[in-house]
Design a protein. Structure first.
Length: 486
């Protein structure tokens, strides 16, 4: 726009949902003006909006050097600390802003409440809500937090409170969060038909249209490229060391496995790191995706590889030799990972497709990026492609890997943990058998389940929803039953 300052342009582009365009303005401005608050805030905000958490963290670290006391910087720093599992640091930053008088106090108050909930600091959450000032006491997000607290003593009352938030006057993200919280409570109360019907209604209300055909076409191209045992083109960069990733769909046991391995002194879980998507998008943009990746020069691929490794190490404990990335995207980017991360190890997670599907359907996933989660039919189609693609892709990439069946993992956690540790060249450690004692905060849909000892409670969950499954699932179920039988 004419006469628009760069700072104003950044704000406008972010408001319009165009973070890549905002970043294109903010990064050159920050490079030219290393101590310009609005430029670096623009970089941090754009990267946070894109989900590039490790890179947003780096930008905020730059801001800390000269603007740590700025309320907007402190708010963003607290949010990023939370996303990276640095609970105490996040709480300190967010409390500082929430108890101040800036325009960011309400957002910080909500973020602090969310942190207490996901970190299972329920006493802290109750105290924080009790002290809520008028600025956010009646915010719908505060009501959502109160309903969560209520759910621990009065689930039926909490369900009513959560449903009351699912009204058009509330923002879509509030409606979606409240609705799926209510779905989870209905499920735990054995009110399965109500849970299913509410989940379908929430997807219809808040899940965006999704190009399922386009994703299927892309995945089928990958399947066809490795048909008959063909291999991905050899990478031209040096192998990575100390890098392990999960490969599998959501709700397949990835968080449990991460929390187990993270208990080993030589392994650091890094959560759902955004670096895999960055690798995929960067390699797609070369014009060589997927068949021509082997033609890329090392000097093109090496910076892409190094950015992933740098970000992963930044998220890891300093004393850990291995990073474990539980990203839910790796299975979609195997040709890219073969190109950029040769030498990486993989652990392929599998679970009963019906248990996995009902858990996905009843859960809160990103309404745009994960729109395929909105129906059992779309989940089934994606599951079929994942199961056709992954085993062949792991072989085509020449990756050292283990395939872990969830039902067998919970039946013999010691044996399967030992297999994973052998893959990494590490000795057994009994601590991995007590993932519920892991103090690392979990900000995924499994945050409550992994705080209980390893158990088989979720196996066969789909039978509560047998009315929703038809014969189209039989082939997938039979194949998994053979995998469980070994």
């Amino acid at each position: 726009m004419a006469n628009e300052s760069p700072a104003a342009a950044i704000d406008r582009l972010l408001r319009d949902g165009r973070p890549m365009d905002a970043l294109a303005v903010a990064e050159p401005l920050a490079a030219k003006n290393p101590r310009m608050l609005q430029a670096w805030l623009g970089v941090a905000r754009a990267k946070l909006a894109l989900g590039w958490i490790a890179e947003a963290d780096e930008a905020l670290e730059r801001l800390d050097a000269f603007a740590a006391a700025d309320p907007h910087v402190a708010l963003l720093r607290g949010i990023v600390h939370q996303r990276l599992g640095r609970t105490d640091q996040a709480a300190d930053r967010l409390r500082m802003v929430a108890t101040g008088r800036s325009l960011h106090a309400v957002e910080a108050s909500v973020a602090l409440g969310e942190l207490f909930w996901f970190a299972h600091r329920h006493d802290d959450l109750r105290a924080w809500l009790a002290s809520a000032g008028p600025a956010w006491a009646h915010d719908p997000r505060a009501e959502l937090l109160r309903a969560r607290v209520l759910s621990r003593i009065d689930p039926a009352g909490a369900i009513d409170a959560l449903k009351a938030l699912c009204v058009p006057s509330n923002a879509p993200q509030v409606r979606r969060a409240a609705g799926f919280e209510a779905v989870g409570l209905l499920d735990r109360q054995g009110r399965y038909r109500e849970a299913f019907d509410l989940a379908i209604a929430m997807h219809a209300d808040t899940t965006a249209p999704f190009d399922l055909d386009g994703l299927e076409l892309e995945l089928q191209r990958q399947v066809h490229s490795i048909a008959g045992g063909a291999r991905f083109p050899a990478s031209r960069v040096e192998p990575v060391e100390g890098t392990c990733l999960v490969a599998g769909l959501p709700r397949s046991g990835t968080t449990l496995l991460e929390q187990m391995l993270d208990r080993h002194p030589a392994v650091s879980g890094i959560g759902e790191y955004d670096g895999v998507d960055r690798i995929g998008f960067d390699l797609q943009s070369t014009g060589q995706w997927p068949r021509g990746l082997g033609m890329l020069r090392a000097e093109v691929v090496r910076p892409i590889r190094d950015r992933y490794v740098h970000g992963a190490r930044r998220l890891a404990r300093a004393d850990a030799r291995w990073t474990f990335d539980k990203t839910l995207r790796a299975w979609r980017w195997m040709p890219a990972l073969a190109c950029a991360l040769p030498g990486a190890r993989f652990i392929h997670m599998q679970r009963d497709p019906r248990d996995m599907a009902i858990s996905i359907l009843l859960s809160y996933f990103h309404p745009f990026n994960d729109g395929w989660t909105a129906s059992l039919e779309s989940i089934r189609r994606i599951t079929m492609l994942e199961r056709a693609l992954l085993p062949a892709a792991l072989s085509a990439g020449g990756f050292a890997h283990e395939s872990i069946v969830y039902e067998r993992l919970v039946a013999d956690p010691a044996g399967h943990a030992a297999r994973c540790l052998r893959l990494l060249g590490l000795p057994d450690d009994g601590a991995v058998l007590a993932p519920h004692e892991n103090r690392r905060a979990v900000f995924t849909l499994s945050h409550e389940q992994v705080r209980r000892p390893i158990n088989a409670g979720s196996i066969g969950r789909w039978r509560n929803y047998a009315f929703a499954f038809d014969g189209s699932w039989d082939a997938l179920a039979s194949a998994h039953e053979r995998a469980v039988a070994g």
